[in-house]
Design a protein around this ligand. Structure first.
Ligand code: AMP
Ligand code: ZN
Length: 134
């Protein structure tokens, strides 16, 4: 539990939330500023600021929870698709520093924007990046 972390307080039930799912390790809530109908957030009950701080065990469990709730949302809301979004750092759009996975149901012709302009992969950059994993 991190002092002053709103998602710690929500995940542990100290602040009420619209909860879709809860178990020992996670709470899944509706986002207060939804990108689309059914936009939900998977919150671990233990604090990790972001993906890089997340214990492996929590990371594994989080995807299983996300998968299950995503399936319920997609079926129940008759969504046409669904994005998983997970932001790390302000540069990546993270505004709450407690790891969370966005579940964003998508509907044909909705106005949600999770896109980018395709760039180009130069040979030099490709080599630089591949070297990191050799
Ligand atoms: P991110 O920008 O990835 O850090 O996402 C933070 C998300 O949390 C945003 O989509 C907000 O709408 C949502 N949010 C912030 N405060 C609350 C809250 N008290 N309850 C539910 N969702 C929240
Ligand atoms: Zn927290």
């Amino acid at each position: 539990m991190e002092e002053n972390c709103i998602f710690c307080k929500i995940a542990r039930g100290e602040i009420p939330s619209a909860t879709l799912y809860e178990d020992e390790d996670f709470r899944v809530i509706l986002d207060l500023g939804p990108a689309s109908k059914g936009h939900a957030l998977v919150l671990p009950k233990t604090h990790a600021a972001n993906l890089f701080e997340l214990p492996d065990e929590t990371a594994q469990k989080a995807l299983v929870v996300a998968k299950r709730v995503a399936a319920c949302l997609k079926e129940g809301l008759h969504a046409d698709g669904l994005n998983l979004v997970q932001n790390n750092g302000a540069a990546a759009g993270q505004t709450v520093d407690h790891f969370h996975i966005h579940l964003i149901p998508r509907y044909q012709n909705d106005t949600v924007n999770v896109t980018w302009q395709p760039g180009e992969l130069s040979e030099a950059e490709k080599e630089e990046i591949l070297k990191l994993f050799q």
